[in-house]
Write a protein that binds this ligand. Structure first.
Ligand SMILES: [Zn+2]
Length: 295
């Protein structure tokens, strides 16, 4: 009898299905208006639950609603950096949460500050703090008097890949990336052996993304500038050639291109050709509400 029980247990454990991991694009655009795209925002779903939100730029709250995402399901928010096209709809998300049954605290991570940008904790305080915040009437979400607390944390600047979050089979790693003078992070979300890596805005100068994204299943890279970009744009963003180099060095399973702007829209075949010079894997251009499953 005991033997049968043990056999049954072994059978049950070995046949448990691995978690399903998917990437939902909420916003595939950049800061511009006129391309019908929301600004940068992504959801990582685990077994159908929306557990990680990465960035939340303008228009993302409408896409969030259209895609049927529930605020209650979120474990964590990751901000790659604090530019408006990555953060503008956060106040809308916080206000909307008031009308949901959410009671669990919500963790939020973003880069620490420097002389041109505040750190993430300061940024959130400036938005919501009692008395001094822009929306000071939301202060209860910082001081624990609302149904849940928004817990903002600064991720230290580091060119070493480090783990910032762990909960059950979900873990998140971060590394600094170069985005002109702006503190910026790339993140990797791991669930079991599967992973999705987010470049955020960056130009590749630190050579950190290829290490963070090593053997990742999906690499989401920002295609904000076309081939031949120079000047400040090239200090802020990766050219298609650089994206290809990074995806190749990382041995990424699939490359997804987002943060598409008017200057890159319509140049997809040229962009793909540049990427193909070094990366031979599958490449896709993201649209709002596209869903990619990790196999
Ligand atoms: Zn951006």
């Amino acid at each position: 009898m005991l033997k049968h029980f043990i056999l049954l247990l072994v059978f049950t454990f070995t046949t448990l299905p691995a978690s399903t991991l998917s990437l939902l694009i909420l916003g595939s655009g950049g800061p511009e208006m006129g391309d019908q795209r929301a600004s940068s925002a992504y959801i990582v779903k685990v077994d159908g639950r929306s557990r990680v939100l990465i960035d939340f730029g303008g228009g993302a709250s409408l896409r969030f609603e259209e895609a049927g995402v529930h605020i209650e399901e979120l474990d964590v928010i990751l901000l790659t950096h604090l530019h408006i096209d990555h953060t503008a709809d956060l106040p809308a998300l916080m206000k909307a949460s008031f009308f949901t049954p959410r009671s669990r605290d919500l963790e939020l991570f973003g880069p620490e500050g420097n002389r041109v940008m505040p750190g993430t904790r300061t940024f959130i305080k400036r938005l919501f703090e009692n008395r001094d915040g822009a929306w000071q009437y939301m202060g209860d979400y910082l001081d624990g008097r609302a149904a849940f607390r928004l817990r903002a944390k600064d991720v230290r600047k580091s060119r070493k890949v480090h783990t910032i979050y762990r909960k059950g089979d979900l873990s998140i790693q971060a590394v600094s990336v170069h985005h002109g003078p702006i503190p910026a992070m790339a993140y990797r979300v791991n669930v079991g052996k599967k992973s999705i890596t987010f470049s955020g805005d960056m130009n590749g100068k630190y050579h950190t993304l290829e290490r963070l994204a090593k053997n990742t299943d999906l690499l989401l890279a920002h295609n904000a500038v076309p081939k031949g970009a120079g000047g400040p744009a090239a200090d802020l963003h990766m050219t298609p050639y650089t994206i290809g180099q990074i995806a190749s060095k990382a041995n990424a399973g699939t490359l997804i291109l987002s943060h598409r702007m008017l200057r890159t829209l319509g140049r997809e075949s040229e962009t793909k050709k540049e990427i193909r010079k070094s990366y031979k894997g599958k490449t896709a251009f993201a649209d709002d509400k596209s869903l990619y499953n990790v196999r």
